[in-house]
Design a binder for this molecule. Structure first.
Ligand code: C2E
Ligand code: MG
Ligand code: MG
Ligand code: MG
Length: 292
């Protein structure tokens, strides 16, 4: 259920630019159809866990496209063209709606676990978005705090004011905000002074390098200190090994996500996984503690 590694073939503008943009136009036309037919775009779901109890701290929704001719596509294959197209708004609302349907189902099963949705910064230029999200939350009867919007800051300066306002409105509604890929953006730090957020996600690149690179380790440590001082949660991304998990726990990181725990999985699997994680966490025997 993995998207193919790397992706990006469709969004590779560098070599034959014309062929690439023709392909992109075709892809965008196909996306329009996918959004209309409602059977091609699916969410893969990846739980994040508390490093000391094993309890699920949240579940991230990651888009996959079961393309009728091209096979399974991952976000790397189509997100960039979508972001630059007029279909971004429709796409964003589609993903949010699917994610809230999943959250509503968990709510009915008594699972109090938030769902995290990746939102392109550009879609936050739409000042109607908060009202639409409010409507969707009510329609699905999902309390706002069960929705976390993950934002990667890749916007140009002139657009910041609108985005800040949209984010502030969403947060005032009770929706949670997370800074995705923290540490990699041009202005991750400035972002924190402009917009109040709830969570930082330590980028996978630092987790991968922290064992060999004192710089990467220092960035992880500093992010944890910053989050602590600002009262924010931290989730380490892309944890693949027990060594990484232990090193993070040693630094005081409380939550993590990655193949070491769970790969992204189909929606119909995740409910059972969450249920059993909550059960074991209650017994506190989930083998995630640094001390055993
Ligand atoms: P992200 O939000 O930082 O998501 C983490 C990515 O790392 C996901 O790739 C996930 O499958 C992958 N991953 C998780 N654990 C591990 C691990 O232990 N090792 C490795 N090597 N990879 C891991 P994916 O699903 O291909 O998504 C890539 C990016 O696409 C996401 O990065 C996010 O920025 C974007 N994206 C995904 N879904 C959506 C969506 O619905 N809307 C928008 N706008 N962007 C999305
Ligand atoms: Mg994310
Ligand atoms: Mg990330
Ligand atoms: Mg990312």
């Amino acid at each position: 259920y993995q998207a193919k590694e790397g992706g990006g073939s469709v969004a590779a503008y560098d070599s034959s630019r014309d062929a690439a943009s023709t392909d992109q136009l075709a892809l965008l036309a196909e996306l329009r159809e996918a959004l209309a037919t409602d059977d091609q775009l699916v969410l893969a779901l990846q739980p994040a866990v508390d490093l000391s109890t094993g309890a699920p701290t949240g579940v991230e929704a990651l888009i996959r496209w079961r393309h009728p001719r091209r096979g399974w596509l991952g976000p790397g294959d189509f997100i960039r063209p979508v972001e630059n197209s007029e279909q971004l708004g429709t796409f964003t609302r589609y993903v949010l709606d699917k994610a809230l349907a999943v959250a509503a189902e968990w709510g009915r099963e008594g699972l109090d676990v938030p769902i995290s949705v990746n939102v392109s910064a550009r879609s936050l230029l739409d000042s109607k978005l908060p009202a639409e999200i409010g409507e969707a939350l009510r329609r699905h009867q999902v309390p706002p705090h069960r929705l976390v919007l993950e934002i990667t800051e890749t916007v140009v300066m002139s657009e910041l004011e609108v985005i800040d306002e949209v984010l502030a409105t969403l947060r005032s509604m009770g929706v949670q905000l997370a800074v995705d890929d923290f540490g990699t953006g041009f202005s991750s730090l400035t972002f924190l002074t402009r917009v109040a957020v709830d969570e930082l996600k330590v980028d996978r690149s630092f987790v991968i390098r922290m064992a060999e690179s004192p710089e990467a380790a220092a960035i992880v440590r500093t992010t944890l200190g910053l989050a602590h001082e600002l009262g924010l949660r931290v989730v380490a991304e892309g944890v693949e090994t027990a060594e990484q998990r232990l090193a993070l726990a040693d630094l005081g990181c409380t939550a993590a996500q990655g193949y070491h725990f769970f790969k992204p999985m189909p929606a119909d699997k995740v409910g059972a996984v969450l249920g059993s994680l909550l059960d074991t966490a209650q017994g506190n025997v989930f083998p995630l503690r640094a001390d055993g």
